[in-house]
Design a binder for this molecule. Structure first.
Ligand code: NDP
Length: 480
């Protein structure tokens, strides 16, 4: 069986303790490779390599650094097929999704920050007759990047690219559930000419390898995307060490549909925003609120379309949904369907496993699920499920839907469907969310601030926000 390796100091290597853990293929439920079960010893080796590399990388001219990162982006593009297949196999997502979203976006992330750094400037503040202040923006040193399993390379690169562009050395850990494309990235880094030790990729469990990254005193910042509970633990651990923290956490996003929306566009986008990537995108709209006058019409058409959505093996070109990421996650999502029933909800479609023909009968397939009849404040409507499950709830007024939309601990994103311009702006201003889409979903401009409020996170990624996070400002005053 294939054994993946860590990527430390520009070389692939086995974990210091020699231990490996199984990696499952969600489409079949079978183990298909093993990954290093790294621990603090591997983190120490990576930190030593990064310490050696930092003076070289941080002092390199921005043009040279940019050119290497452009090559890295091109290297992923050149191996597109290999990355797409690996991502789909590791995560269970349809091949077409990995080909159209995940891997092209990882290419864009590297390209975007490779070129953004060429235009990144710091401020100067003149004090008339007194002197001038200028602000230097220095790389932090060694930083930790920890990412989740839902959009593996996409989110991994979203952190690594700005960290490297800003001149830092990186110790990165992908989710143990989806390590493969991060493993491949090492080869691309070698080919692109990234100096040894600048990017170190460790595999293993969050509680061991991840924890050792968070606790290492020489790692100056942690950029983390994952669950809110893990984020809270990381904050508790890293804050007393005065590390910079960027936390992108869970969501329970409202999708608010008014009667005056563009019906066709709303319907097709709502199908995507509910179930894309098996509902495992932090931005998916899992709570759908529909104005009462169109509730029945919406319910009928939506449920019929969801019921006919194809769930199939990720390689099947007709698949709209593939497998969810793991057995544990499948069981978690199903437990929420049971909870919804206990809370008085009615499952209108879905709510059960899909069993494919052999050899995929043990794959983690779930029928997309729509539930109605739940109170806005019940657990099903308050807790993040992160799977192909949405609830639908009618509303009568703007005030009522705002109250329900803002009632959770989360505040990542929200979607509004209306043709009333005043209402769109008024509500966008009132909704507790870091990102609001009006008559759209998941339209991303990499320059814009990305992140959530409340328990959805602290800080922002994207554009200058990311480059600011990965640099330390130093103000210098010169007297006239
Ligand atoms: P987790 O919080 O379980 O894990 C995220 C990453 O953290 C993984 O690499 C994990 O490793 C690691 N980790 C776990 N425990 C620790 C620890 N004690 N110290 C350091 N690292 C640790 O999240 P999931 O992978 O389950 O991802 C799903 C979550 O991510 C959802 O809540 C989703 O909303 C959120 N998310 C948020 C986004 C945003 O932008 N706000 C975007 C995408 C997802 P391991 O895999 O080995 O456990």
């Amino acid at each position: 069986m294939e054994k993946l390796q860590n990527f430390i100091d520009g070389k692939y290597c086995a974990p210091a303790n020699g231990n490996y853990i199984d990696n499952y293929e969600p489409a079949s439920g079978m183990v298909y490779c093993q990954i290093p079960n790294s621990d603090a010893e591997d983190v120490e080796l990576a930190v030593k390599a990064a310490e050696r590399a930092f003076p070289i990388w941080s002092k390199m001219s921005i043009d040279e650094r940019s050119a290497i990162l452009v090559k890295l982006s091109q290297g992923i593009e050149a191996r597109m097929d290999e990355f797409v297949k690996a991502e789909s196999r590791d995560n269970g997502k349809p091949l077409s999704l990995a080909a159209h979203v995940d891997i092209p976006r990882a290419v864009s992330n590297f390209h975007f920050f490779a070129t953004a750094i060429l235009h990144y400037a710091s401020e100067s503040h003149n004090m008339e007759g007194v002197g001038v202040n200028y602000t230097l923006r220095k790389p932090l040193g060694i930083v930790g990047c920890i990412s989740p399993w839902n959009l593996p390379l996409y989110l991994f690169s979203w952190k690594i690219a700005p960290a490297l562009a800003a001149g830092n050395c990186v110790i990165a850990k992908p989710s143990e559930v989806t390590p493969y494309t991060a493993y491949l990235l090492g080869k691309v880094a070698q080919e692109a000419g990234l100096p040894d030790g600048v990017l170190n990729i460790l595999h293993g469990e969050g509680g061991a390898a991840g924890d050792a990254i968070v606790k290492h005193p020489k790692i100056k910042a942690i950029s983390f995307t994952g669950g809110t509970k893990t984020g809270e633990y990381i904050a508790r651990t890293a804050a007393p060490m005065f590390k910079k923290l960027s936390l992108e956490l869970g969501g329970k996003n409202p999708n608010i549909i008014f009667a005056d929306c563009d019906w066709k566009e709303m319907m097709s986008t709502t199908l995507r925003s509910s179930f894309a990537n098996q509902g495992q995108i932090c931005l998916c709209g899992s709570r759908i609120f529909v104005e009462r006058s169109i509730y029945d019409k919406f319910k009928e058409e939506f449920v019929q379309k969801v019921a006919s959505t194809v769930v199939a093996h990720p390689d099947d070109p007709t698949a709209k949904l593939g497998a969810v990421v793991s057995k544990m996650h499948l069981e978690k999502v199903l437990s929420y369907v049971e909870l919804a029933k206990e809370e008085g909800g009615t499952v209108l479609t879905g709510g059960e496993r899909v069993v494919l023909d052999a050899p995929y009968e043990n794959g983690y397939y779930l029928r997309p699920t729509v539930i109605e009849g739940l109170a806005y404040d019940c657990r099903t409507n308050q807790e993040e499920i992160f799977g192909p499950v949405v609830t639908i709830t009618p509303f009568d007024s703007e005030e009522e839907v705002l109250m329900m939309a803002n009632s959770t601990q989360y505040g990542l994103s929200a979607t509004l469907w209306t043709s009333n311009l005043q209402r769109a702006h008024r509500m966008a201003n009132e909704i507790d969310a870091g990102i609001v889409w009006i008559n759209a979903w998941l339209v991303r401009d990499l320059r814009t601030p990305f992140g959530g409020v409340k328990a959805s996170g602290v800080g922002r990624e994207g554009g200058w926000e990311a480059l600011r996070f990965f640099t330390e400002p130093k103000n210098v005053f010169v007297k006239y």
